[in-house]
Design a protein around this ligand. Sequence first.
Ligand code: ZN
Length: 621
Amino acid sequence: MRRYILLFFILTFSFVFSQNQTEGTQLDTDYKPVYYRLEMNLNPYQQDFSGTTTIHFNTTDELSFFRINARPNLNIQSISYHQTTISSYTRANDVLNITLPEMLPAGKLDSISISFSGSSATSTGLTLGQHNGVPIIETIAEPWHGSSWWVCKDDLIDKVTKLDVYVTHPEEFKAASNGMLKSVTSAGNGMSVTHWQHNYAIPVYLVGIAVTNYAEYNNSVVIGGTTVPIINYLYPETMSNWTDNLDQVPSHIEFLSEKFGEYPYKNEKYGHAQWNRGGGMEHSTMSFVGSFSFNLVVHELAHMWFGDKVTCATWHDIWLNEGFADYCTGLMTEFYEGEQDFKSWKSARVQDITSQNGGSVYNPDAESESRTFNSRLTYKKGSMVVHLIRYMMNDDELFYQTFKNWIDDPEFAWGYADTEDLKAFLEAQTGNDWTDYFNDWIYGEGHPIFNILVDKTSGSNELTVHFSQSGSHSSVPYFHTPFEIEFRGSGSQKETRRFEISAQQQSFEVNDLGFNVTSIVPNPGSDVVCKIASSVLNTDELDLDSEIKIYPNPVHSLLNIESGVRIRQIEITDVSGKTVYKKSKINQNQFEVQTRNFPKGIYIIQIKTDKKLQTKKFIKE
Ligand SMILES: [Zn+2]
């Protein structure tokens, strides 16, 4: 799902959340659902809706009470079990507790039907809206709104292997949903029944229905010898705006199939249904989207692999859905537009992530919908830590093969996985220990802040690269990461070197560059989420920069600064980036700074003159 949906919920329905503490918590039951038949009466001209859930289930223990989720806004109309009506049930918060007429033994396949009614005015997941004066009904279930519009076991891990959706609606409209369109039949009185059937494992948060006067724009793609229809339901009034973007969808599906394995639902379809929300929702085989922009279309499509086929096990692990889906928009930017655009894509994410000092990719508050779908952390940081896995591997073939294997692993495919599952999987695939990566980048908060000093020995091409790092948040004192610097010469020479950072202070020798380095570019590909507090190339050579001199160096007390032109401002920072001295409006060619009280160590002095800004290093002894 995309974040735009969130604000709407927060503004509109926060009063509902505050009254219910149980959303998103797993309902413990002694049965496993295996099949749902969902019959819905959805008339976009009316607020009221009704429906019947028939659930087939396997008992995992003796069962005398059948418990299932139904949010308080739903009215229970009737409960039918083996052709008899059950009237004995209780309700508490979002749990409906039905007393069965007899105790069921463990290991029994059985079924029950529950009829319900509700209103779009009180459902958090079923919305009535309008486009171009025409009414629309649209549903969302993620993360736990399914049980506000149908009775279901509203959690992530109880996937059923088959779903039938029957929607009764005005005959002038179309109903969109998951799977294959089986039939549209007349129900009399100007109503039709549309039947969709889905034969892949699906959790309830991926079930969606939308009803309005859709126009169809269809397409197809061949995956592994199978022609997969691409069925798009669009608002007729804006359809022509989107057909060019929709024509690219077959190519998107081919790209993701090549990289992460065949499109998971190739025996049914892919498609989109337009809705009134700004963002999208990855209902399996039928994403709902507010627009057909490249990023949104790719994001929801990528969920068919990351989220729909392998589902996050808890809302703590939502980055496994959203981080990967967002990263696929980067991969496809790289594929279609090239390295420069991909770099801009990464750089924009780094900027946004580092705009605040805290926050982890792992979601600590799975009860909070706004934290779960936090754009900066779940999506963008989630995406850039997936990129970091690729960057650490430094081998694209290995990266793609690893995640193709992940999507195909029998332990996770059509099931679910949590963060620790991914850690164990990566360790098994690569033979490396991924503890530091998960502790620093997934569970820990913040990002590294680097001070980089490159010392250049006079008259040679030998460099010493000093890294000094602090974490932006106290939970991670320093980060383990590869880090690259691009070294540039006065000609157009460019060479990139990679350093494995595994300590707060670290130095590396670089003596294999065949040219005189005149400038450095840290993190040239914007691959690492970090801030660069300072980056200095320190040279003792007498060159044009020697018009500014600082002495003595090392210094005990008075540091002299001399310049051929007037000095305007001096600022001195320590290696953590903290300012220890600052003086403005100097307006002299010579200046002295008393350093007697500075702690011993390396300092960076920034001198602003009428002509330039110059950075130098000195040592306090
Ligand atoms: Zn998403």
